[in-house]
Design a protein around this ligand. Structure first.
Ligand code: BTN
Length: 148
């Protein structure tokens, strides 16, 4: 009888906690690194899913003057494994990148961001528009610090 009661209580607490857990999982807030070695830091995600942060790319068309650049984005923070988008306005070159993707959680609880991006480079003439946008994909994982 005691065993049955504690099982019911356990199930009840899981049912109550589950929505809160899924809302907290896969928030983009934190430090991330991608397959190119680029790092980004995203601040708190607000109740509308909006966030801002900074991006330090490991590669660029002008690799000698790379500086940390601002990003602005929004995620769906109402569902498990949410989609999101963010824009990076590069501060060291006149180009802009938009990323869109989804946060996945694997069976070990590890979060991974699968993204695609469009990189728009500035060209001086509309006739060069055809070659101004590149497309690619990046995979981000949490950047662990020594303390973690
Ligand atoms: C530029 O060279 O015009 C600015 C830097 C672009 C870096 C790109 S954005 C997509 C890809 N993912 C990264 O982490 N860096 C490159």
């Amino acid at each position: 009888m005691v065993h049955a009661t504690s099982s019911v209580l356990l199930l009840l607490s899981l049912a109550l906690l589950a929505p809160g857990l899924s809302a907290q999982l896969c928030s983009l807030a934190g430090n991330w690194t991608n397959d190119l070695g680029s790092n980004m830091t995203i601040g708190a995600v607000n109740d509308k899913g909006e966030f801002s942060g900074t991006y330090l790319t490991a590669v660029a068309d002008t690799p000698y003057n790379i500086t940390r650049s601002p990003l602005l984005g929004i995620q769906n923070n109402t569902v498990w494994q949410p989609t999101f988008g963010f824009t990076v306005q590069w501060t060291f070159i006149e180009s802009t990148t938009v990323f869109t993707g989804q946060c996945f959680v694997d069976k070990n609880g590890k979060e991974v961001l699968k993204t695609m991006w469009l990189l728009r480079s500035r060209v001086g003439d509309a006739g060069d528009d055809w070659k101004a946008t590149r497309v690619g994909n990046n995979i981000f994982t949490r950047l662990r610090t020594l303390k973690e």
